[in-house]
Write a protein that binds this ligand. Structure first.
Ligand code: PMP
Length: 439
């Protein structure tokens, strides 16, 4: 085993050189922006290997991983069932562009865990899933406008790239250059956990709204649970106004319960988008729902959506192995227990640093905010002390704990984490917090 960072000061020479080289060829050196450590400063470790709950970097440091590839690795890294399934699939050919029984098998498995869902279409990412679900919702309702919530992330499809400041709460303003104003003109913004803000949008748009899309747990501004009644209220409003409720379960699907957030919170939505865990660490997304809506997708219906690598056999094999293993008895209880153990320790820390921290958790996803709680929405999350978070983050990294490099991301536990791992995280956390908060 390589030395853990707390035994040796963090070695970083090779990672620094790797980043320098990467920047010559890849914009910012990374293929997804948060990886570059812009939110916390410093240079990211380059990962060479991962196993179970650990990731190893090119300098020989080893970390307890709380990122889990941003959600997919709920079994832990390189789980034997997944590795075996992928290897066996690869030996049979990596892509055919033709139907396979593996796709049906994964679709049947997904449907069996999500009551009310009858059809699944596989795509290659969460971004594709939400783009396609929105197109379908617009086609099914014959309306263009849709509601998203400030701070909710649904991938980088143009229409979703609106977060906007408070001044533009009901007016779509693109977050990124390159997104034309007209493309987001039908994107309406509401405030998370605030039903009145959604009601106001329905009232202001009598021409009709196609859909409301929501992360049932807001996991892209940390971890914000839906308040009791919020999701139910969205479902009621959608029913009343003939709009579709799209639950974006790319992060929460198969994580917060066997049947995802729709099971945990008892709100089924009309369409559901999936990703991360259903690919077991390979690139997969999906959108799903009742046959009456889903059969409007080509070639069953007129709503076009396609993909050269969609339903890729390696990805299907990884997803199937992951869902089968995850579905074994006791696994969600175990994730809940690990989460509760982490929370108990973290709440002690929150108590020690009274007024400066809030710990929020849903099952095995969580966030430690550097502000007092509760954090109910995007605006609340924005008031976090990101400088203190950055100090904490680096303190944790030095102690061998790999957190997401941003205050506005959820952490993830996996079935590979042990009670000892959790205790080690808490121990490191106590020291790193004392350092970061100067107490
Ligand atoms: N929806 C949600 C809720 C997500 O968390 C993410 C990614 N974090 C996406 C959509 C986009 O998925 P992808 O990165 O696979 O395109």
């Amino acid at each position: 085993m390589s030395a853990t960072p707390q035994q040796n000061a963090l070695r970083s020479e090779k990672s620094r050189r790797a980043m320098e080289e990467a920047r010559r060829w890849i914009p910012g050196g990374v293929n997804s922006p948060v990886r570059a450590f812009g939110g916390v400063g410093g240079e990211p470790p380059f990962i060479s290997r991962a196993a179970g709950a650990r990731v190893m970097d090119v300098d020989g440091n080893e970390y307890v991983d709380l990122v889990g590839s941003w959600g997919p690795m709920i079994l832990g890294h390189a789980h034997p069932a997944v590795v075996e399934a992928v290897q066996a699939a690869a030996a049979r050919g990596t892509s055919y562009g033709a139907p396979t029984e593996l796709e049906t098998e994964l679709a049947r498995t997904v449907v069996s865990r999500l009551p009310g869902v009858e059809r699944v279409r596989f795509v290659n990412s969460g971004t594709e899933a939400t783009m396609s679900a929105l197109r379908l919702a617009r086609a099914a309702t014959g309306r263009d406008k849709f509601v998203k919530f400030e701070g909710c992330y649904h991938g980088h499809g143009d229409a979703f790239l609106v977060q906007a400041g408070s001044g533009a709460l009901t007016l779509g303003v693109p977050t990124s250059p390159g997104v034309p104003g007209p493309v987001v003109a039908d994107t309406l913004l509401a405030s998370y956990n605030d039903l009145a803000s959604v009601e106001a949008l329905f009232a202001a748009h009598p021409e009709g709204i196609a859909a409301v899309i929501v992360e049932p747990v807001a996991g892209n501004v940390g971890c914000i649970p839906p308040e009791p009644g919020f999701l139910e209220g969205l479902q009621d409003l959608c029913r009343k106004h003939g709009a579709l409720l799209i639950l974006d379960e790319v992060m929460t699907g198969f994580r917060v319960a066997r049947g995802g957030a729709r099971e945990r919170f008892g709100v089924p939505g009309d369409l559901v988008t999936l990703g991360k865990i259903i690919g077991g660490g390979l690139p997969v997304g999906a959108y799903a729902g009742p046959a009456a809506i889903m059969d409007q997708v080509a070639p069953a219906g007129p709503v076009y959506q396609a993909g050269t690598l969609s339903g890729n056999p390696l990805a299907m094999a990884a997803g199937l192995a992951t869902l089968r293993t995850l579905g074994e008895a006791g696994n969600y209880d175990r994730l809940e227990a690990l989460g509760a153990r982490l929370e108990a320790g973290m709440q002690e820390a929150v108590g020690r640093h009274s007024g400066k921290l809030a710990f929020q958790r849903v099952g095995s996803m969580f966030c430690l905010y550097f502000r007092s709680g509760p954090v109910r929405n995007y605006q609340d999350a924005l008031q976090s002390d990101t400088k203190a978070f950055a100090r904490y983050f680096h303190g944790m990294l030095r102690r061998g704990i790999y957190l997401a490099p941003s205050q506005f991301e959820a952490g993830f536990l996996s079935l590979a984490h042990t009670e000892d791992d959790v205790d080690r995280i808490l121990e490191a956390g106590a020291d790193a917090l004392a350092e970061a908060l100067g107490s």
